[in-house]
Write a protein that binds this ligand. Structure first.
Ligand SMILES: C[S@@+](CC[C@H](N)C(=O)[O-])C[C@H]1O[C@@H](n2cnc3c(N)ncnc32)[C@H](O)[C@@H]1O
Length: 582
């Protein structure tokens, strides 16, 4: 998946330090960490020369630290002698021993490796279920109670909006409580462990020679603080079927390692077959996990072929996808997020008005295999999903059929989202026209890839001015006052049309520091001669937007530049690198 960005693509949102190295990638984990380091330095008045700096501890030396707070990257932060120390796998209130890994003197912080707990924090109450916790870069929070994780994730959303949305504090409402995942372990329906090629393998490959494997390589995820793959035999955040798949795939790779010419990434994707209880039951094989769902049974298996079809159920909706294609990775939380969006997409129930246009249409930009279009379709008269990937649109059409959606109410288009508004009729003059998408009667759901929407799409969206939108990033462009850096064709600053109605996180990835944010945006009232819901004059598009930040964070610890905003977060930030997204 592409590198993540803050909400305001390409724009720095906090003051640059003169000392800052130009190499910090905007929106990277490092950028997010830096915001927290600076805040702590400011809070503790260490950066203004009030405390004299002492010499920094030697590289690789072991030091004792008191953890002050948790960063949005999931790391503990301690301060000592004018320097902030970053210690993973810790909790505020811990006294720990850590090993100095790297000083960043120009920003007054030091990265360390966690070694041991000397005095535990009262928050450190949980026994990690994973034997690799504190070595693997996938999870950050297995030592913390779940309520504490949720409360911390609320602060991540708060800081993401405060630091990266480019909005004034008055434009940002109080962030709601984070909605937790029903499953906190055994939730990930997809894992992608990997193994590296043998030493000298690249050279052999270049010379067309068959590589030799001196031993079976480590198969697993990135080791924290390194670029090395560590051998992982089990991953308790994976579903039971995915864990069984991991065991099977490890054995298969061991057996056939000589057939590989280089390292590889393995796919482990859960697939569900729903069978009636009174139906003919099959003899269950070892690799089938059977779950009693009340009036039916789920038989769960793990698919490893990217092109094979995997099936998931969300409530009673069925989704078929190529196993290697994108689908949300925590099935247990999907009914909660879909219900939340259904409850909020039409605005607060307390504000109905005879003069307010009724919202009838849904546009799901970046629809993938149709997840949001399909689960929300019953709320709307007409729905359109659009995705640039023809294969995803083929899946979406198939899924619409599987779920018996009427063809005259749900349409999918294989196209660039940038062309979306040009291709739909905007007029509400013919209300009976099935294809009429009047802005004031339309909600737009936007769940783009990590890099976000491009400026052209946002300009078109603002020009169209839909009643509501479900949206991921770049909220500053929609809400801001023209300061966000978005310009129209004449180079004039584009002003946001929307205000944030509500904002909260959803915990798609328990035990990791990752959180997904959902913001509901409402279109502002027009300034003069027009009014909104109170019926005193002409209404010009009183509208709402639901902003959805849908990212698949990873717990599989592969390395990549990682991001910020609501992705800020704990995908296993390594001392040398950040961990990854699938
Ligand atoms: C994060 S996925 C969202 C999938 C879907 N909302 C879901 O929940 O399953 C992002 C989708 O954006 C699509 N995409 C990327 N660039 C696009 C563009 N310019 N126009 C339309 N779709 C695009 C990708 O093909 C991918 O399916």
């Amino acid at each position: 998946m592409a590198q993540k960005r803050p909400f305001n693509e390409g724009k720095r949102h906090f003051k640059k330090s003169k000392k800052q190295k130009p190499s910090v990638v905007e929106g990277s984990n490092e950028d997010v960490l830096l915001a927290d380091v600076r805040r702590l330095l400011k809070e503790t008045k260490l950066d203004d020369g009030q405390e004299e700096k002492t010499e920094l501890p030697a590289q690789h030396s072991e030091i004792e630290l008191n953890i002050h707070s948790l960063s949005s990257t999931g790391d503990g932060l301690a301060h000592r002698d004018g320097q902030v120390y970053v210690v993973p796998f810790t909790a505020p209130g811990d006294t720990v021993t850590a090993k100095v890994f790297k000083h960043v003197p120009e920003e007054s912080y030091t990265l360390t490796d966690f070694l041991s707990v000397k005095h535990p924090s009262p928050h450190r109450t949980e026994t990690p279920r994973c034997p690799y916790f504190t070595q693997c870069s996938g999870c950050q929070f297995q030592h913390l109670p779940y309520n504490y994780q949720l409360a911390h994730k609320k602060t991540i959303v708060e800081k993401a909006y405060a630091n990266f949305s480019n909005l004034s504090a008055s434009s940002i409402p109080a962030v709601g409580e984070t909605i937790g995942s029903p499953l906190q372990y055994g939730y990930r329906t997809k894992l992608t462990p990997h193994f590296d090629g043998p030493p000298g393998g690249r050279k052999d490959n270049r010379h067309g020679k068959k590589v030799t494997w001196p031993e079976v390589p480590a198969i697993g995820f990135m080791k924290k603080g390194t670029r090395k793959t560590m051998d992982i035999e089990e991953c308790p955040i994976g579903t039971e079927s995915v864990q069984r798949g991991l065991r099977r795939e490890r054995e298969r790779v061991k057996q056939y390692i000589d057939q590989y010419q280089r390292g590889a990434t393995l796919l482990l994707r859960e697939s569900t077959e729903r069978v009636n209880k009174d139906g003919k039951t099959k003899d269950e094989e070892d690799d089938v996990v059977v779950e009693d769902m009340g009036d039916h049974i789920h038989r769960k298996t793990c698919i490893t072929d990217n092109k094979a079809t995997s099936t998931e159920y969300v409530d009673n909706f069925r989704f078929d996808n190529p196993a290697g294609a994108f689908f949300q990775n925590n099935n247990s939380i999907l009914p909660l997020i879909t219900q939340y969006i259904r409850d909020n997409i039409l605005g607060p129930a307390s504000t109905p008005s005879a003069s307010k246009p009724q919202i009838k249409n849904l546009i799901d930009a970046y629809c993938g295999s149709g997840f949001f279009t399909i689960v929300l379709s019953a709320t709307f008269t007409h729905s359109i999903g659009i995705d640039i990937a023809a294969q995803s649109i083929a899946s979406a059409r198939h899924n619409a059929e599987l779920n018996s959606l009427p063809a005259n109410s749900t349409t999918f288009l294989a196209a660039d989202a940038n062309d979306l508004f040009a291709s739909i009729p905007h007029s509400s003059s013919s209300p009976d026209d099935a294809a009429s998408f009047a802005p004031e009667e339309t909600v737009v759901v936007i769940d783009p890839p990590r890099k976000g929407c491009d400026a052209g799409f946002i300009r078109q969206l603002l020009r169209f001015g839909p009643a509501r939108v479900v949206y991921a990033r770049d909220v500053g462009w929609l809400v801001g006052d023209g300061e966000s850096g978005l310009a129209d064709e004449e180079g004039l600053p584009v002003k946001g049309l929307y205000e944030i109605e509500s904002l909260r996180g959803f915990d798609f990835f328990p035990m990791t520091g990752h959180v997904e944010g959902v913001a509901v945006l409402r279109r502002k009232r027009k300034e003069s001669g027009e009014e909104g819901e109170d019926g005193k004059g002409p209404v010009a598009g009183e509208a709402e937007v639901v902003a959805w930040k849908g990212d698949a964070a990873t717990a599989d610890g592969q390395t990549s530049a990682s991001g910020s905003g609501l992705d800020a977060v704990a995908e296993g930030q390594d001392s040398t690198s950040t961990a990854a997204a699938t």
